[in-house]
Design a protein around this ligand. Structure first.
Ligand code: FAD
Length: 353
């Protein structure tokens, strides 16, 4: 009998596979990646600062070291480069913003904000930066596609590629069974498609669709930097750039739109006048939660059913620490972090489900 069936094939499922492997917990993963493309289209950026409030991102001091150590360990296991540390270029729109930046860089956010203020056009000259700007430290990006593709290969003996059929799941007093697989537990990581899961459809997600472009030809030379203003521009190598992302809460699907395209092209116009070609437009739906925290833990009625969801727009930062938290919780070494425990939403569960 397996210890776990994991359902899903996105970032959450892949981080869990590595954590289970590290802790010698046997598992089978069932997923069909084409159902939801959020992880596949994500830029994979981690940013420890919330610019709107000029504060550290929730738990950034813990999450950044945790992600660096986790993905480095995965790099060794998968024998490929996955993470790239880069500074974020953050232009100031007004003087007050600069003053606040300087204050926070001196104390409070000194771990994450460079104390220097840079003049427009000084160093990153191919970008149109009208005002002065600052640099965020301890940021970077994970190549999520490479992480998932290499994980698919590494764990291929444990992965079944198929659409999970909820009607084939049987719940027994001490285990679950799915078709011919028996396991002590099942862990659902379907992203926003949890809305189709009869056992967990009540968890309060507020999914947000996002679109991105891959373009060629701006000649920005942003290799060790990510431009961050109303979204991002990230160098992919060979004069290719990823530009994003839009936010849309009504049309929740993985289809690209002309509205998304226009918004992204406008973004590019504001930062460079160089000619470029569009290589690809992509879309996905972020599994964001009502209170912007992950949603993790046991089903209120069936203790062998578990959920790992709600990674929202920050999955790359959140997944390493909280997949480990989940495993420690399962091994009864620690409790779940109270702000992520699905228990906080138990009042939304109707026992018929
Ligand atoms: C445009 C865009 C840009 C983003 N940029 C960033 C970024 O820069 N940094 C960052 O940290 N995050 C970013 N995100 C968010 C990031 O994508 C998510 O936090 C993360 O990928 C969510 O992973 P997940 O595994 O929870 O969900 P998903 O990626 O949605 O994965 C769910 C998986 O479950 C599968 N599945 C669902 N139902 C079934 C079923 N019944 N049977 C079989 N399989 C099933 C799906 O096909 C999919 O493979 C971005 C998202 C978007 C849309």
């Amino acid at each position: 009998m397996k210890k776990f069936i994991i359902v899903g094939k996105g970032l959450a499922a892949h981080c869990l596979m590595h954590q289970f492997y590290r802790h010698n917990i046997n598992f089978v993963c069932i997923g069909e990646a084409s159902l939801s493309t959020s992880s596949k289209v994500a830029a994979g950026i981690w940013n420890p600062v919330v610019f709107k409030r000029m504060t550290a991102s929730w738990m950034a001091d813990v999450l950044v070291p945790s992600l660096e150590s986790f993905y480095s360990d995965c790099e060794k296991r998968l024998n490929t480069t996955l993470i790239h540390s880069r500074q974020l270029i953050k232009p100031f729109t007004e003087d007050q913003e600069k003053v606040l930046w300087q204050k926070k860089a001196a104390a409070g956010l000194n771990a994450f904000l460079d104390t220097n203020i840079y003049d427009p056009q000084s160093e990153h000259h191919a970008l149109i930066i009208k005002n002065q700007y600052g640099l965020v430290k301890q940021a970077g990006n994970l190549n999520i596609n490479a992480f998932i593709d290499a994980g698919e290969e590494y764990f291929k003996a444990n992965i079944i590629t198929e659409v999970f059929d909820y009607t084939s799941l049987s719940i027994h007093p001490n285990h679950v069974s799915y078709k011919n697989i028996e396991a002590e537990n099942i862990l659902f990581c379907e992203g926003y498609l949890v809305k189709n899961n009869p056992y967990f459809k009540w968890i309060p997600l507020v999914p947000a669709k996002g679109e991105t472009l891959i373009i060629r030809g701006l000649g920005l030379g942003l290799k060790d930097f990510i431009f961050n203003k109303d979204g991002f521009v990230m160098d992919l190598g060979n004069d290719h750039y990823k530009v994003g992302a839009t936010y849309e809460w009504k049309e929740l699907n993985d289809k690209t739109s002309t509205k998304g395209l226009k918004s992204l092209e406008d973004k590019i116009q504001r930062i460079s006048q160089a000619p470029y070609q569009i290589v690809k437009q992509e879309a996905g739906v972020r599994p964001s939660s009502l209170d912007r925290r992950p949603i993790i833990g046991k089903h209120p009625k069936y203790p062998h059913l578990h959920i790992f969801n709600g990674l929202g727009a920050k999955g790359v930062m959140l997944a390493p620490f909280f997949t480990e938290n989940f495993v420690h919780f399962y091994l009864q070494k620690t409790g779940l972090h109270p702000e992520v425990d699905v228990k906080r939403f138990y009042q939304l569960y109707e026992p018929s489900a």
